[in-house]
Design a protein around this ligand. Sequence first.
Ligand code: PMP
Length: 386
Amino acid sequence: HFTNLPQIPTDEPFAVNGSYIKDTHPKKVNLGIGVYRTNKGDPWPLRVVEDAEKAIYNAQDISRHEYLSIQGDREFLRLAADLVFDFDSTQSCAGTTHSSLGRVTSIQTVSGTGANRLGAEFLTRNISPRNVWIPAPTWANHHTIWDLAGVPRKEYPYYNNATGEFNYEETLQTLRTSSSKNDILVLHACAHNPTGADPSREQWEGILDLCKEKGLIPFFDLAYQGFASGDVGKDGWAIRRFFEEGGIEFVVAQSFSKNFGLYGQRVGALHVVSSSSAAQGVSEDILATLCHLVRGEYSMAPRGGAEIVRRVLGNKELRARWAEDLDTMSTRILSMRKALFEELVALGTPGDWGHVVKQDGLANNDLVNESNVRYVAMAIDDVVRT
Ligand code: PMP
């Protein structure tokens, strides 16, 4: 009974955050949790999000708290899928026709985590993969999600500690020799968490070829589109390339937590991509399968945050302002990386710190700001020397 529950492994990011909250040290700095903060260390609701929220309230739509369909807000999903796949341009490149009702089947999820979880459940039940391949290291929740799905986890050697880069050769060699057809390959679409090191475009081509050769199913985790570089096209490049290729099935777990600053609103989508040769009717079956899983779990994803995203992505002017907000965030993160790098160099901290500026994204430097960067550098220096 309840007194005999098995021991549960701790979730590290949330455990570190818990210790941070309890700690009474006056100069404490939280480098554990992936959220954006201003230079003063405060949360930052995006300006465009605040305006969209006001507009939603002012419209006094009496339906605004009604249930969504199981699939979710369809206009939100159309815009979310277009943000990922850029249908107009990928369509012209590939010379084929596809729409969100053709090769891509989308369903609203409880943010990126929910999309990862639903995608894992969908693949486990329908593809029966022998293994799931996750990068070492990776976002800690990938372990939990795939354990809950009951698929044996294997790791591929993602990170080269010596160079601070993606370990392309060993990754390919491991997968080439040890993976089997229908295995799942978890990939971070951009701003790999926690390393910030991504494959180059050439290396993505190699990964794509390998997936086709071995019959692997890529599972893109897209948690930082536009947030990593400030450019949604650049951050979505790998997924768009796999999409254009056509002859490969894959899934994308999309989160709006970081790029819209909507962390607690739980806004996301799962996109299931069929190969271009698959019959048109396949999308309906995929959607029915996904809806069945969602219905039995929580009936439908929440609507408030998705409505904000829909308003912004669906309006040219608001979208341009979103781009400005993305730029504000990504520029600040880059400048803090640079400041941290410079402090470490000034302190003469042993080691090569070039990767701090070479890598991308949020991981572990989001709460660094002008007033604590020196202190953080000194703390790192201290640890490295002891
Ligand atoms: N995947 C990765 C790699 C992440 O870093 C995160 C956020 N930390 C997520 C997925 C999902 O976050 P959320 O559920 O808040 O969208």
